[in-house]
Write a protein that binds this ligand. Structure first.
Ligand code: BEZ
Length: 254
C-alpha cells in the first residue's frame, strides 16, 4: 500500500505530466537486482549501510558498537498500526536498556516526515515523553533491499525502480553483528512487544547458560538441557534435573 506522502511524491513527479519522452527525467528509486541481494540468514553478518536517521547520519556497524540491536521496519509514516508500535517500543526503552539492547526503526519517508510523525507519536502514545530511538529514513530503499523488508510484489517493483513501502520485519542482531533472529509480519498485523522481549531474554539466556528454551518459555520457567550435553555434565552444570526422556531434560537456571 502506498503512503499518502509516497502518493504525493509520485503525483508531483515531472515524469507523470511530461509527454515528451526525450526530456522526461523519470521518477525512479534505485533499482536493485535479485542476484545481488544479500541472502540474510540466522548467523549472517548484518549487512552494513550508511543512512540518515532522525538522530543524524549513522554507519550501522558503528551504531551496533558491541551492543544487541533491534532493527525493525515500518510500512509508512503517519499510519495507525505503526504509530502504536513505535509508541510501545519507545515506552519500553528502559526494558531494552536493562538487556543492553539498542533500538532502531525504519520507514521509507525522509527525516522531516519522520520528525513530524514522532510529534504525533509523542502526543498520542508516550504521554508527551520524548521518543526514545532513531528512525532510519530509507528513501533509497537500500536497507529495505539489503534486508529484504518487502513483499514479493514489491521486490519486483524495487527491481523496476519503483517506490515501495516496507513490511514489518524485526532483526535481532548480537554484539558480534550476527543476525540471531528474524520475524516478518505483513503491514496489517502489528507486532507483539512482549514476544520481542521474550526472545531477547531467551537468546541471552541460551548464550549465557548453554541451554535452550521450550515452547511458551518465559523468564523463571524451566529450560531445556541440549541433547549435546551428557547426563553427567548436566548434573555438574545444573544440579538435579528432570528427565522425561533421554532427549527431553529440564533444568532450573537463575
Ligand atoms: C499501519 O501502520 O497502520 C498500516 C500501514 C500499511 C498498511 C496497513 C496498515
Amino acid at each position: 500500500m502506498l503512503s499518502r506522502t509516497l502518493l504525493k511524491r509520485i503525483l508531483a513527479s515531472p515524469a507523470r505530466f511530461n509527454s515528451t519522452p526525450k526530456t522526461v527525467v523519470p521518477f525512479r528509486f534505485y533499482s536493485f537486482t535479485q542476484a545481488e541481494q544479500p541472502r540474510i540468514r540466522i548467523g549472517s553478518t548484518a549487512p552494513n549501510f550508511q543512512v540518515e536517521t532522525t538522530k543524524g547520519a549513522i554507519d550501522f556497524h558503528e551504531y551496533v558498537n558491541g551492543n544487541w540491536v533491534i532493527l525493525f521496519s515500518h510500512p509508512a509514516d503517519y499510519t495507525p498500526v505503526c504509530t502504536t508500535e513505535l509508541g510501545a517500543f519507545s515506552r519500553l526503552k528502559p526494558e531494552f536498556d536493562k538487556r543492553g539492547v539498542k533500538l532502531i526503526g525504519l520507514s521509507t519517508e525522509g527525516v522531516e516526515s519522520h520528525q513530524g510523525w514522532i510529534k504525533d507519536i509523542e502526543e498520542v502514545e508516550t504521554n508527551g515523553d520524548a521518543f526514545q530511538f532513531p528512525i532510519i529514513a530509507d528513501g533509497k530503499r537500500e536497507v529495505a533491499y539489503k534486508y529484504d523488508m518487502v513483499t514479493e510484489d514489491d521486490f519486483k517493483n524495487l527491481q523496476a525502480g519503483k517506490p515501495v513501502a516496507t513490511v514489518r520485519t524485526v532483526f535481532i542482531i548480537d554484539p558480534a553483528k550476527k543476525i540471531r533472529l528474524i520475524m516478518t509480519y505483513p503491514a496489517s498485523t502489528g507486532r507483539n512487544t512482549e514476544e520481542v522481549i521474550r526472545v531477547i531474554d531467551a537468546l541471552q539466556l541460551a548464550d549465557g547458560k548453554g541451554i535452550a528454551t521450550p515452547v511458551d518459555w518465559t523468564v523463571g520457567k524451566e529450560v531445556i538441557i541440549p541433547p549435546t550435553v551428557s547426563d553427567e555434565d548436566a548434573k555438574a552444570k545444573f544440579g538435579d534435573f528432570r528427565k522425561v526422556k533421554p532427549y527431553l531434560r529440564y533444568a532450573k537456571v537463575d
